[in-house]
Design a protein. Structure first.
Length: 267
C-alpha cells in the first residue's frame, strides 16, 4: 500500500506488504511526530536503551524502529524534492515520483516480538500502536529497577496536587521518550453510596478507547411484485430491529403498506 503525505513533510512513499496498511499509517504518524523522529535520527535513543528490563525486548524493538525511522528519512534527504500537485478538489493529490521503502525487516521483527502480527492478516492500527509504544517505552525506560509504589489516597487533596503525586509516582517506574510524548492522566472518582466519601485517582493513559454508537435498527429495502398483471412494482423501505426476523420485516411492510394506502400513494 502507498501513502502520500501532505506538502511540507517528507514526500516519501512507504511501500508495505499485503494487508499491512495498519502498519503504514502507524509508522507514518510516528515518523512525522518531530520530537519522536529526531530522538531516533539524532541517535539520542542509544543513551536510553534498557537491555535488562524483563518487560521489554532487550532493546531490540527500539533498534529495529530506529533503523526504520532513519531509513525513511535518509531516503527523503537523499532524494530531490518533488512538489505535490493538487488536482481536482482540495485534499486530492496526483501521484508523483518519490522515494519508497519496503520495511520487511521491521515487519518480520514485529512478528518475532508478537506473533499476533506475524502473518499477513489485517489488523487494527490502534492495536499495533499500543504494542509498539508499550514495547518502545520498556526498551527505552531509564528506570532500571522499578520500585513498588502504593497508590495514594486522595484524602481531600485538591485535584492538581493529587494529580502531581500520581504523575511523580508514575515517573519513578516509567521514564522514557514514549511517556513524555504519548502519556497523559485521566481522573476517575469513586463515591461511597453510604457515607458519600469520595476517592479520586489520576491514572496514566496512552490511548482513550471510545465506543462507536451502534444503531439497533436496520433499514431493509424491499421490492413488491404484484401478482395482478399490469400493476407496477412497488418499492418499500422499512425499519426493523437488528436482531429481527423475517416475520418482523413482513409486519413492518404490512404496516407501511396500510399507512400509505390510506394516504393514497406508494412508499
Amino acid at each position: 500500500m502507498l501513502i502520500l503525505l501532505e506538502a511540507g513533510t517528507a514526500n516519501f512513499f512507504a511501500t508495505f506488504l499485503r494487508n499491512t496498511c495498519y502498519l503504514n499509517s502507524s509508522i507514518q504518524c510516528l515518523s512525522h511526530t518531530p520530537i519522536f523522529r529526531e530522538y531516533f535520527t539524532s541517535k539520542a535513543y542509544l543513551n536510553d536503551i534498557n537491555t535488562t528490563n524483563p518487560l521489554g525486548h532487550q532493546g531490540h524493538l527500539a533498534q529495529v524502529s530506529a533503523v526504520l525511522i532513519n531509513s525513511l528519512w535518509k531516503q527523503f534527504n537523499q532524494t530531490p524534492q518533488v512538489p505535490l500537485r493538487r488536482v481536482r478538489a482540495p485534499g486530492s493529490y496526483a501521484m508523483v515520483n518519490a522515494p519508497s521503502l519496503t520495511p520487511k525487516t521491521f515487519k518480520d521483527s514485529l512478528g518475532k516480538f508478537n506473533d499476533h502480527f506475524a502473518g499477513n492478516e489485517q489488523h487494527d492500527a490502534q492495536e499495533l500502536l499500543a504494542f509498539l509504544l508499550g514495547g518502545l517505552s520498556e526498551d527505552l525506560n531509564r528506570i532500571m529497577d522499578k520500585p513498588y509504589i502504593e497508590a495514594p489516597d486522595s484524602d481531600g487533596r485538591p485535584d492538581h496536587e493529587l494529580a502531581d503525586i500520581w504523575w511523580t509516582n508514575h515517573l519513578k517506574r516509567e521514564m522514557s521518550i514514549i511517556v513524555a510524548l504519548f502519556t497523559g492522566q485521566y481522573k476517575s472518582l469513586l463515591t461511597c453510596r453510604s457515607c458519600k466519601y469520595e476517592s479520586a485517582r489520576f491514572e496514566p493513559f496512552s490511548f482513550l478507547q471510545l465506543p462507536l454508537p451502534e444503531d439497533d435498527q436496520l433499514t431493509v429495502s424491499l421490492v413488491v411484485y404484484p401478482l395482478k398483471d399490469g400493476t407496477d412494482t412497488l418499492k418499500y423501505c422499512v425499519r426493523v430491529n437488528s436482531d429481527g426476523k423475517l416475520r418482523d420485516v413482513l409486519l413492518a411492510l404490512a404496516k407501511c403498506y396500510c399507512m400509505l394506502s390510506r394516504m393514497g400513494r406508494p412508499c
